[in-house]
Design a protein around this ligand. Sequence first.
Ligand SMILES: CC(C)(COP(=O)(O)OP(=O)(O)OC[C@H]1O[C@@H](n2cnc3c(N)ncnc32)[C@H](O)[C@@H]1OP(=O)(O)O)[C@@H](O)C(=O)NCCC(=O)NCCS
Length: 162
Amino acid sequence: MEVQIRKLSADDDRNRFDCGVASLNDWLQKTASQHEKKNLTRTYVAVLADKPDAIVGYYALAATSIETEGISAKSRLPRKVAAVLLARLAVDTKRKGKGLGEYLLAHALDTVIVTAETIGIQCVVVDAIDDRAAGFYEKYGFVRLTNDPLRLVLPVATISQA
Ligand SMILES: CC(C)(COP(=O)(O)OP(=O)(O)OC[C@H]1O[C@@H](n2cnc3c(N)ncnc32)[C@H](O)[C@@H]1OP(=O)(O)O)[C@@H](O)C(=O)NCCC(=O)NCCS
């Protein structure tokens, strides 16, 4: 399966995407394009090389700022820092367990690293939908906030070292 990741296009068929979580399906189908036009998020989709209109996974990024209070390993950070919110990440049920989630996450982190060369970004933040999803992010170095365990952060400095 050769997969390509590219930006969401207005022509993409979003209606057949099903990751098993209704809110994540609905967001891609009904909200992603509107948020794109309003510059609220940027959405990237994974498509099969031989079927470029079928979305098999996606992620979305937005600029945000976060309170540093719950970051356990903080070294003299201000009360609030600039961050990139990994607003959504999902893989179609037919493609789960084959490395696509990891591939999408790695692509998202590469996008953050490139952006962090021109704009100060302290970390990536994600709000996991449940404890299992939080476990997925922990596998890649994200750390739970002490005061909000479903919110996890990954410093840009840590991504750069990897
Ligand atoms: C979470 C999700 C994106 C993972 O995608 P995937 O393509 O199935 O994951 P991968 O095949 O790339 O798995 C990568 C690794 O993460 C692990 N993993 C996958 N899903 C996991 C989960 N829910 N919890 C903990 N670990 C998980 C895999 O076991 C694998 O580890 P291994 O290589 O040691 O076996 C996907 O299951 C999904 O879309 N879930 C529904 C939506 C969701 O929960 N999104 C997260 C939003 S907060």
